[in-house]
Design a protein. Structure first.
Lengths: 229, 229
DNA sequence: CGCGAGCTTGACGTTGTTCAACTAGAGTGG
DNA sequence: CCACTCTAGTTGAACAACGTCAAGCTCGCG
């Protein structure tokens, strides 16, 4: 498991946090990390389990989600490579507040949370970067919250498609690794509604769908739908 | 304005963050803070404005809310005294991501954000406490998010009443400083729905209402409603 | 005493969920 | 190579929850 093939000081995929660390600090990360492979669909961390690690997405993309008592999950965010999982567990509850699962085969670096915390306390610049990461995610959460409580269904889905294209897959054509049900749990609607709205977008020529492949034809129209309703 | 009547080292209302600071550190806070009075309804900080201060609620309670393009606000949280406003602006966007307004007359200590940030970078334990504060609020946001997207209206309102009684007013009888509209913006429903559900609770004897005074008669029943539906 | 904001109540319309039937495609074993 | 099954996705119809609109009410305040 602990293969240490990845070399942190030379890692080009550094997250916001790590990008400001000096090489000798990154060397400390290197020897203190584990490299883990997850297959598509596998659980990376489990809500309620002891939060023993901060997890860095080296390769692949991940969904984080809340599990509710009512067997209906609630996707918080889709994270691309370079992002960290588990920051909300720092210095607080000893458990993960959400679960995370691999959307594709993933390569994850696991860093012991105690090590991470000591690093924060001993390195003010690093602390500031961690806080910056956390705060960025808070603001994204606010946005999602407003969308999923105040906008009609097609607006939510339009927004999610724009977000996937722009921030996650970084292309107007992509292989969607989320199921209809995932999209429903992300946008807080019934899976049937996802299907209906996607069909509608397709019929109107705004997107093209071929199996799992999606192509955004008219991103401006999608943006308008997400804002106007 | 800058009266410095309040003496930080002896302040008994210390928030989680400040409670672990040594007296000499708190003395630094004392000389670097402003004391501000706000009347009920006044805006304490404005979404989108330069985030020049972290605001500490010495007295009174506050609502923080998101302003959307659709003239319908969105209350994120109700904060009692001892809480901090503006933490999500640390080290990130230079603007406040939300607005805050006084629910009652308030006494607020304003601490320059640069000063606060320097303090974090130079004091690891303080940094850890700030992260703890931020993370606690994230987890509360998750809870509210689930309630306001997955639970039926009466469940949301029941939850909010329990929360007010237990965490904010700390009594089963309290003078509600939130309007029907505030409650609606907090629980993501129409103000008319708030009225209807409160009437229902009143008729069923779960709560008593006398003008602005509310008395929770059966908190267990409220808890059940918030969980079961 | 009269005004106005906030609150209440009822009737109605819409949005979105639920339920059920059906289809397509992927994996399995003979 | 072909049934066989299982899951994910699609589609339609019925229904419920909730928002909207409009009218009337209450109470604090000038």
């Amino acid at each position: 498991m602990n293969q240490k093939k990845l070399n942190c000081p030379e890692c080009l995929k550094k997250s916001n946090c790590f990008s400001t660390l000096a090489s000798e600090d990154l060397e400390k990360v290197r020897v203190n990390k584990l490299e883990l492979h997850f297959r598509r669909g596998e659980t990376i961390c489990k809500q309620g389990a002891f939060a023993s690690n901060i997890l860095y997405i080296y390769e692949g993309s991940v969904k984080t989600y809340l599990e509710t008592a009512h067997e209906k999950n609630n996707i918080i965010s889709i994270l691309p490579e370079g992002e960290l999982i588990g920051l909300p567990s720092l210095f607080s509850g000893r458990v993960y507040p959400y679960s995370a699962a691999a959307l594709e085969d993933c390569l994850i670096c696991a860093i012991e949370i105690m090590f991470f915390e000591n690093f924060i306390m001993g390195n003010g610049v690093f602390a500031s970067k961690v806080i910056q990461c956390i705060n960025n995610s808070i603001i994204q959460n606010y946005d999602r919250y407003i969308f999923n409580t105040q906008r009609p269904l097609k607006g939510r889905l339009a927004d999610v498609l724009v977000h996937l294209s722009r921030d996650i897959y970084k292309s107007d054509t992509f292989r969607l690794s989320l199921s209809r049900n995932d999209l429903a749990e992300w946008t807080q609607m019934a899976p049937e509604s996802v299907t209906r709205i996607i069909s509608k977008f397709k019929n109107e020529g705004i997107i093209s769908v071929d199996g799992k492949k999606i192509r955004i034809n008219d991103i401006e129209k999608l943006r308008n739908i997400s804002l106007e309703g």
